[in-house]
Design a protein around this ligand. Structure first.
Ligand SMILES: [Zn+2]
Ligand SMILES: [Zn+2]
Length: 154
């Protein structure tokens, strides 16, 4: 059993086990953490329990339909679930103790910080892990529709 929480202790949770750890180099993760990349622990829903503070959690919509949860008191990113994943994404830095697994791969390696080299041998995905892309409306479809709409009827 692992415990974790935000910097101020308002948000607390416990985890039976972590399925995997992933490094994300996307721009949003880098900005929200202020770090070179974010590491997330993926936890099955049945293995995650809130211990406190979940009612106070606020959410930032980082992309349409995609929310990043954070503690309103200290600003720490806190666990949340992406609509396209079946697991809870736990910012790994919140976990106290050893999750027992080690990082498995890099996602959004194409948008990594220019000042950071990936020097390990873990698999790198340019964006999403194949098969785990978001399912909601593809941004590209929206763009082409907007383009069509701005064009006057011919
Ligand atoms: Zn907090
Ligand atoms: Zn990210």
């Amino acid at each position: 059993m692992l415990k974790g929480g935000c910097a101020c202790g308002n948000v607390r949770f416990e985890i039976d086990s972590v399925r995997s750890l992933t490094h994300c180099h996307c721009t949003i993760c880098r900005k929200l953490t202020g770090a070179s990349f974010a590491t997330y622990a993926h936890v099955e829903k049945s293995k995650f329990r809130w211990l406190g503070g979940q009612g106070t959690v606020r959410r930032y919509e980082s992309a349409p339909g995609s929310f990043r949860a954070f503690c309103p008191k200290c600003g720490s990113l806190v666990p949340g679930q992406a609509p396209y994943l079946e697991t809870i994404s736990v910012p790994a830095g919140l976990i106290e103790g050893d999750p027992g697994v080690r990082p498995k791969l890099h996602v959004f390696a194409s948008s990594r910080a220019q000042w950071w080299e990936i020097t390990d041998d873990l698999p790198q995905y340019a964006t999403w892990v194949t098969g785990h892309e978001p399912k909601p409306p593809a941004p590209r479809a929206t763009t082409s529709r907007t383009k069509k709409r701005t064009k006057k009827k011919t």
